[in-house]
Ligand binder design. Structure first.
Ligand SMILES: [Zn+2]
Ligand SMILES: [Zn+2]
Length: 356
């Protein structure tokens, strides 16, 4: 039997239904898992995605986008192929794509969040395991060194840092990718500590989350603060959430004397905080860690697994050791903002071993 999804120069391709999933070149029909730039590119003639991601997709790919929006779990039949989208727990509207044809079920995960702890990203529905014959999984953090602490512990660290800075009368500049990570931070911090200011790249995305009913604390733009000494006064106890691009910029200098921090899964790598040149690194990711990836793969019941997104060789080897039919696809996913570009080979990573 032919594979339901194969790798083509433009991306992951389903020949039976003549469509692509998250293609990196413009195509006639694309199913998009979520609105991060490495998965949702412009120029497709027809797009299928979750209805809840419509606002962000239109703001990124243009208002003229030809989009069909689906509810989670709602099936569509296209050329005899049954397509449905299922929660991935990654960002607003993120989905896994379930494709069924000729008795075969394949699931392409897109990006997803799951860890060893029973917790979820509070800004979107949790990862839903979908039974399938073949699971195409991401592996952004597919090395045994990546094991997320409980989110509550990470947020306690962030709150303590913010509280300490506020007590010292200086703003806390927290850098994070503007779509997804920024809103997860806003939803998780203790908004009672002080005012929250966000960069202009973050505020429209906050609005998109609020528009579909995700509760976020009040946020204001720097330009909405009063000018002069009154601004410094207002900023003194503030948390400022901004994309990593503001690091060492004129925008950041407007904050005066501040402490800065960076929230990303890559902060787990030794030396990452120092290389970024920030005061604090907070290990918080919207991607699955090593135990989360294994948990997700096991829950699908798939006998065949195809790994994407980097760190593929390690994950493929581990899966084969578990007796699964594993391979990788060389995709153009990954490197999406917020998560720094994946380090080529972390020199300080311990040798790979069975994590059990
Ligand atoms: Zn993503
Ligand atoms: Zn991705």
């Amino acid at each position: 039997m032919d594979d339901l999804i194969t790798l083509r120069p433009a991306g992951l391709y389903c020949a039976a239904g003549d469509f692509y999933i998250d293609p990196w070149r413009p195509v006639h029909r694309a199913v998009l898992t979520h609105a991060h730039a490495d998965h949702a590119r412009a120029g497709h003639a027809h797009v299928l995605a979750t209805a809840v991601s419509e606002g962000v997709l239109r703001s990124r790919l243009g208002a003229g986008l030809n989009l069909q929006g689906l509810a989670y779990g709602e099936p569509v039949l296209h050329q005899g192929v049954r397509i449905s989208l299922h929660p991935a727990g990654h960002v607003l509207g993120s989905a896994q794509v379930r494709v069924e044809h000729g008795g075969q079920v394949w699931v392409a995960s897109g990006d997803y969040f799951l860890s060893a702890h029973d917790e979820r990203n509070p800004t979107c529905p949790p990862f839903e395991p979908v039974r399938c014959h073949c699971f195409i999984t991401e592996s952004t953090f597919g090395l045994p060194i990546y094991r997320w602490r409980p989110q509550a512990d990470v947020f306690a660290d962030i709150d303590a840092w913010w509280r300490g800075n506020a007590a010292a009368g200086r703003p806390s500049l927290l850098m994070a990718y503007s779509f997804g990570k920024a809103q997860r931070l806003l939803a998780g911090v203790d908004a009672g500590i002080g005012p929250i200011v966000v960069h202009g790249a973050v505020q429209p995305l906050n609005a998109a989350y609020r528009a579909v009913g995700v509760a976020l604390p009040p946020t204001q733009l720097l330009t909405e603060l009063p000018d002069g000494p009154a601004r410094a006064q207002a900023l003194r106890g503030a948390l400022v959430v901004a994309p990593p691009a503001v690091h060492a910029s004129a925008w950041a200098r407007k904050l005066g004397d501040f402490s800065d921090g960076f929230a990303s899964g890559w902060m787990q790598l030794r030396g990452a905080r120092r290389r970024q040149g920030v005061d604090r690194g907070f290990v918080l990711s919207d991607h699955a860690d090593w135990p989360g990836l294994q948990r997700a793969i096991a829950a699908t019941g798939a006998e065949r697994v195809i790994v994407t997104h980097g760190q593929e060789a390690v994950m493929v080897r581990w899966l084969r050791e578990q007796g699964l039919d594993a391979a990788s696809f060389r995709t153009e996913f990954g490197g999406e903002g917020g998560e720094l570009p994946a380090p080529a080979a972390p020199a300080d990573a311990p040798p790979v071993a069975d994590p059990a």
